[in-house]
Design a protein around this ligand. Structure first.
Ligand code: FE2
Length: 178
């Protein structure tokens, strides 16, 4: 099956809720892309936002992972799959968006505004980066994109907002294929 078709059908058919929130995984990723568009991000970053948690679709049951206190490493699972099809500047920020969260929580203000579910998953993801890890991460080519993705991610959990539809992103997805 064509990968774009597969992605679109997963977005439409997967009804699982984003862990601990009141939006579905699909709605969450679409909202992240909408926020990136609103902030006039480039197409690659919009596409990265749209696919950033795609690894959850590839995992059997994400809610199980939190119940069992395991982190599914969804960013790696998504990255490994998507890099076979999409350009580097789409998939690299996806790979680093969890590290970006671990970096950003070094600022107390950022930590305080995380949702409860996000605070719980932070622990499972390894907690705050230390100084050395942070310095290392700042040197990453995709540091800025990963940080921006993570910021859109955090606010993409709203209910009752006018949503775009995954099919409206079909051309964008196609334009970022390898
Ligand atoms: Fe997310």
């Amino acid at each position: 099956m064509n990968v774009i078709y597969k992605i679109i059908s997963n977005f439409i058919n997967n009804k699982s809720l984003y862990i601990g929130e009141n939006v579905t995984m699909s709605e969450h990723m679409i909202q992240a892309a909408m926020l990136a568009e609103k902030a006039k991000a480039n197409d690659s970053l919009i596409c990265a936002c749209l696919l950033h948690d795609y690894g959850h679709f590839l995992l059997e049951d994400p809610s199980e992972l939190v119940e069992k206190k395991l982190d599914g490493k969804h960013e790696d699972i998504g990255y490994e799959y998507l890099k076979k099809f999409f350009k580097e500047d789409v998939v690299e920020p996806i790979k680093y968006h969890v590290i970006a969260k671990r970096y950003l929580v070094r600022k107390k203000k950022y930590f305080n505004q995380l949702s409860e579910a996000s605070k719980i998953s932070l622990k499972l993801q390894g907690g705050m980066l230390n100084k050395k890890e942070s310095k290392e991460f700042e040197k990453n080519k995709f540091f800025k994109d990963a940080i921006n993705l993570r910021k859109f991610d955090e606010f993409a959990k709203k209910t009752n907002i006018k949503m775009k539809n995954i099919s409206q992103y079909e051309d964008l997805l196609r334009s970022k294929l390898l």
